[in-house]
Design a protein. Structure first.
Ligand SMILES: C[S@@+](CC[C@H](N)C(=O)[O-])C[C@H]1O[C@@H](n2cnc3c(N)ncnc32)[C@H](O)[C@@H]1O
Length: 447
């Protein structure tokens, strides 16, 4: 909520501030300027014929991979493209796309590819200038973003009808500044594209979800998403620790109250050179009807395609509803949550009842249906043994091993103790009742 000191001074990396690196970066900008002039004026140059081949060469040059040679690491074009393509609402000619930490502009270049191109670069850039907003602390980066957008308009077929400074000036909403102090423009965004700094804040911040020196990505995402209006779309490239780290659970809960129709896409490493895992978070700002974010699904846990519990057990809910079902039919052993030892085995069942519905043959595992995200274990089981058929109360889920083996039941008990299974269930189902489908989807790791 409240930042004691603005993380303004917490600039991304010392590397970027390093004079030598900035010099390399300035060289890259000069290269882009040269491409513009060759494209525009020099009819003997390789760039003057404006063919598709030349266009793709220019694209290669403005690709951020080239920029790496200058020692600066920023969003790759492929990742930027993915982030822009995954907005909930598509970008069109009435959108305002804001990148509050635009760096060298990969996200804005990718966003510009969703906008129309007009015959002249001046009219194209005037329109893009109204629809694309970028902020960065460093003027060199801002300049780079603008240069790349000018070249992008040429590559897309617009005629370079004005000088470079005149064209750059049309991109009026791309400027130097601290995004946390430029909240008014961010509030107008229809689309927020965000790849914030990932280092820890240099100063102490105090929020209801965390105190101290916090990962800036958590702070920037939180602060910037707070000012967005309902209906706007977010696409954020964030460090994976925000998605999976237990110390960011409170952050995850805090931001969940503003998003609906969200999607989490785990992307692995930021790039080959940078050993940071990342994910893309998409969603629609919706404070009235926010919905649960699936931070960890079977897919995000990397378990997609692996065997599931349902492959080895029949899973169903106990059939006895005590207040409703008459004591009629055959007499059976009868179990309900209170009669079962947690994490234990029961062979001698003392309660009996008459029942005319579905009954179960031991051995099987019974799991209590009622549990919540704060419980130490979400799924608390008991193994039921013996020869007698058992009537089961409907606050229990019954898992009968398909091969009839007690060993399989014991393996299941071991599995349910594991932390990642808790995490899986907590993310799969946050309400207090476990469901047959959530239990059936638990990944099985013994085969
Ligand atoms: C991960 S990089 C963004 C990369 C960018 N998407 C690209 O295509 O190159 C983070 C950027 O945030 C900028 N930055 C850090 N703090 C900022 C702030 N308070 N306001 C604006 N920009 C900031 C850094 O200068 C850096 O360029």
């Amino acid at each position: 909520m409240l930042i004691i000191h603005s993380p303004k001074t917490a600039i991304e990396t010392n590397k970027i501030q390093d004079g030598e690196q900035m010099e390399g970066f300035a060289k890259y900008n000069t290269k882009l300027e040269q491409v513009f002039h060759l494209w525009k004026k020099d009819y003997n140059s390789n760039f003057s014929n404006h063919s598709n081949i030349t266009a793709s060469k220019v694209r290669e040059l403005i690709d951020i991979a080239t920029l790496r040679e200058s020692g600066v690491f920023f969003t790759s074009d492929a990742l930027a493209e993915k982030a822009i393509n995954s907005f909930n609402e598509p970008i069109d000619d009435s959108s305002l796309v804001v990148d509050p930490t635009c760096g060298s502009g990969s996200l804005l270049v990718a966003a510009s590819r969703k906008l129309s191109v007009m015959p002249l670069a001046s009219e194209t850039l005037e329109q893009w200038g109204k629809q694309l907003c970028g902020i960065d602390l460093f003027p060199e980066f801002v300049y780079c973003t603008k240069l790349r957008l000018v070249l992008e308009s040429l590559v897309r077929g617009a005629e370079a009808d004005k000088s470079l400074p005149e064209l750059l000036d049309l991109l009026t909403n791309i400027h130097t500044g601290d995004c946390l102090e430029n909240i008014a423009v961010i509030a107008k965004a229809t689309h927020l594209a965000l790849n914030p700094p990932y280092n820890n804040s240099k100063t102490v911040a105090k929020y209801r979800w965390a105190n101290g020196k916090i990962n800036n990505a958590a702070i920037y995402y939180y602060e910037l998403s707070q000012v967005l209006k309902d209906g706007s779309s977010i696409s954020a490239i964030l460090p994976d620790v925000l998605r999976s780290g237990s110390r960011f659970e409170a952050w995850r809960n805090a931001i969940e109250s503003t998003l609906s129709i969200s999607k989490v896409s785990v992307e692995g490493r930021f790039d080959k050179q940078t050993d940071i895992d990342i994910f893309i978070l998409n969603g629609l700002v919706d404070r009235k009807t926010p919905s649960i974010i699936e931070w960890q699904t079977a897919e995000t846990l990397g378990l997609e395609g692996s065997p599931k519990l349902r492959d080895f057990f029949e899973v169903s809910v106990g059939a006895v509803v005590p207040y409703r079902d008459p004591h009629e039919g055959k007499l059976y052993a009868y179990i309900h949550p209170k009669t079962l030892p947690r994490w234990g085995e029961i062979g001698k069942i003392s309660e009996n009842r008459k029942f005319s519905g579905r009954v179960f043959q031991p051995p099987f595992v019974a799991i209590r249906r009622t549990s919540g995200p704060r419980d130490r274990h979400r799924a608390v089981p008991t193994i039921v043994l013996g020869k007698r058929l058992v009537a089961v109360e409907n606050h229990l889920i019954v898992l009968t091993p398909k091969n009839g083996s007690l060993d399989r039941c014991r393996e299941l008990l071991k599995l349910l103790k594991e932390e990642n299974i808790n995490e899986f269930l907590n993310n799969r189902i946050r309400c207090r009742h476990l469901t047959v489908s959530a239990i059936s989807e638990i990944p099985w790791r013994f085969e």
